[in-house]
Write a protein that binds this ligand. Structure first.
Ligand code: AGP
Length: 594
């Protein structure tokens, strides 16, 4: 959703606000703005990217300020709807991430009391409410304001003449960074890593009063302590490292990510306590909930766990489960979320709680909201994922799912030993896919001229077809659909012609012959055919217009090598089409509203 920033210290705030805003821009990038407190409050904002704003912004002097990058929810992207928003006096400025459900009634009330509004946003009621309640104590005015607001929020408030910023969170992430004679407030860690690695995570309901040398946190009017954490990620991990895009860098990090996640889990013999107890509790089925790419990882997880653990696994879209989901008794619930902040997934966890289900979470962000409300958290070791299109987090999630399934597998020791061997070879096999970029680039050059594409696969590679289609959709704006190959003849065949390429994932498993039949059916309908297949598969070469070969692996691991090839295909196709790869339109890295 949106990225928010605050700074107070000895240095000029403007350049620091802009450099931090660039680091949170993946959270939303349809408009941005800053407010600097020096001689009064000066605001500069517009419906442009941060880079563009930096180029035209006047010098605003002052050593305290706030900033925002927006993903529009309420009011279209425009200069007036961009944040920060001011009160009538122009002395109070606010940035906000979240949604205020009752803003219309609050706004009508304030207009009735003489307040004038300039935007269509829900956020603008906040500075006006603070102005209404302000009686010399900014913190108290913010507390009174939050009391009448219904919704989710992470906010930062700056007021002319005040040597402090006020921060507050409810269902939207917010951290405080501790520096030397300076303090930071941000939506997440990568934003401030250039300046400090000392952070405090605010919890829902916390209010932070942040000044240059001091941070005071209170809750329900009572001062409390929050632990300070040292961030282990280094700045370089949150930078492009010489790659043109974060997405390409993160795709190329996958051999290391797979190795790190495997090392983390296969070295530690003891299983996750909870799961051990659950096995003793006679767990009879699993339920996995997630959204987007994490949902596709969950679908692959279903095949792995059903194959190895021999218990039924249900996979559901979190946003659907939140409203209708039911669970069976003796079900282990797992949620998968890279960011740990996806509102749909957080809401699904609450629903699981309501029906008395224990929840294990697989997430990539330490201390994220999900990790704080789950009963047990398993961290993927992907490092910070900046590009909106998830890539390395998907591979890391698969590694955790393989590890979980092998931990409770009913397979014999020989099978498990050969699987462990195969797992350990995956990083080098993925590296070979990365090294075959040229072949994939050729396919991308061809694909870039089409507007509609189908991805098809069977069995454990059906979810890979869904993920391939999502990646292409997200960053190249080509309308792509993932389908179970057997389903094409039940309708989508009507769309096949020479203008609608089909990308088929053909694995060397029990579905091989059926896939050959399906791609012959596709050829018969004149669709250009691109096939992802194991090395040395000559039969495929005769049928396909383009072949992307991947190293041969055990069928159960084929999604790992196949998805990397499809990530590269999407990346190169988007590059051919000149798309803004790291910041695709209308999307955001973590979706913190429903
Ligand atoms: C994937 O490339 C997208 N960014 C999106 O579908 C994402 O997977 C989804 O929003 C879920 O995010 P999460 O894993 O952080 O919960």
């Amino acid at each position: 959703m949106c990225g928010i920033i605050g700074y107070i210290g000895d240095k000029q705030a403007q350049p620091i606000l802009f450099s931090c805003l660039k680091r949170v821009e993946y959270r939303g990038y349809d408009s941005c703005g800053i407010a600097v407190s020096g001689d009064g409050i000066k605001v500069y904002k517009d419906a442009v990217r941060v880079e563009a704003l930096v180029k035209v912004a006047p010098q605003l002097s002052g050593t305290a300020g706030i900033g925002h990058t927006r993903w529009a929810t309420c009011g279209e992207p425009s200069q007036l709807n961009a944040h920060p928003h001011l009160d009538c006096s122009g002395n109070i400025a606010v940035v906000h991430n979240g949604v205020i459900n009752n803003f219309q009634s609050l706004k009508q009330q304030l207009i009735g009391e003489g307040h004038q509004f300039t935007s269509e946003t829900d956020t603008e009621v906040i500075p006006h409410l603070i102005e209404k309640y302000y009686d010399g104590n900014l913190e108290e005015a913010v507390v009174a304001t939050l009391r009448v607001m219904d919704g989710s929020y992470a906010i930062v408030v700056v007021m002319a003449g005040e040597s402090k910023l006020i921060a507050a969170r409810k269902e939207s992430p917010l951290i405080i960074g501790i520096g030397d004679r300076e303090s930071f407030i941000a939506s997440d860690v990568p934003a401030i890593l250039d300046y400090t690695d000392r952070v405090i995570y605010l919890e829902d309901g916390d209010i932070g009063v942040v000044s240059r040398d001091n941070v005071r946190i209170s809750r329900d009017g009572v001062e409390i302590d929050r632990e300070e954490h040292k961030i282990l990620w280094n700045v370089a991990e949150a930078q492009k490292g010489g790659y043109d895009h974060f997405m390409l860098k993160e795709i190329h990090e996958q051999p290391r990510v797979i190795r790190d996640t495997l090392v983390e889990y296969t070295q530690t013999a003891e299983p996750v306590a909870d799961l051990e107890r659950m096995r003793d509790e006679g767990i009879e089925s699993m339920l996995i909930l997630a959204c987007g790419t994490s949902y596709h990882a969950a679908l692959v997880g279903k095949y792995i766990i059903e194959e190895l653990v021999r218990i039924p696994v249900r996979v559901e879209i979190a946003s659907e489960f939140s409203y209708y989901g039911q669970t069976l008794a003796r079900t282990l619930a797992i949620v998968i979320t890279q960011s740990g902040e996806t509102a749909d997934t957080l809401k699904a966890i609450k629903r699981l709680r309501e029906v008395g289900c224990r929840v294990a979470a697989i997430t990539n962000v330490v201390d994220s909201s999900t990790s704080r409300i789950a009963d047990q958290t398993i961290y993927t070791k992907a490092g910070p994922e900046i590009s909106v299109a998830a890539t390395k987090s998907f591979s890391a999630q698969l590694m955790v799912l393989y590890w979980l399934a092998m931990g409770y597998s009913k397979a014999d020791a020989r099978r498990l030993a050969s699987m462990l061997l195969e797992l350990r070879q995956l990083p080098s096999k993925v590296q070979r896919v990365l090294d075959s970029g040229d072949m994939i680039l050729q396919c991308a050059r061809y694909l870039a001229k089409f507007e509609n594409v189908f991805f098809v696969g069977r069995g454990i590679n059906f979810p890979v077809a869904l993920e391939g289609a999502l990646k292409l959709k997200e960053i190249s704006y080509i309308h792509a659909e993932g389908y179970a190959a057997g389903e094409l003849k039940h309708g989508p065949f009507a769309l096949l012609d020479e203008n609608t390429p089909v990308i088929a994932i053909v694995a060397q498993d029990s579905t091989y012959q059926a896939m050959l039949t399906n791609i012959k059916e596709v050829k018969a309908r004149k669709s250009p055919l691109m096939v992802l297949a194991g090395e040395g598969d000559e039969a495929i070469r005769e049928l396909a217009d383009f072949v992307i070969t991947v190293p041969r692996v055990d069928a159960l691991f084929s999604p790992v090598v196949n998805v990397v090839a499809l990530q590269l295909l999407a990346y190169y196709t988007a590059r051919e089409r000149g798309c803004p790869i790291d910041f695709p339109r209308n999307l955001a890295k973590s979706v913190t509203v429903e």
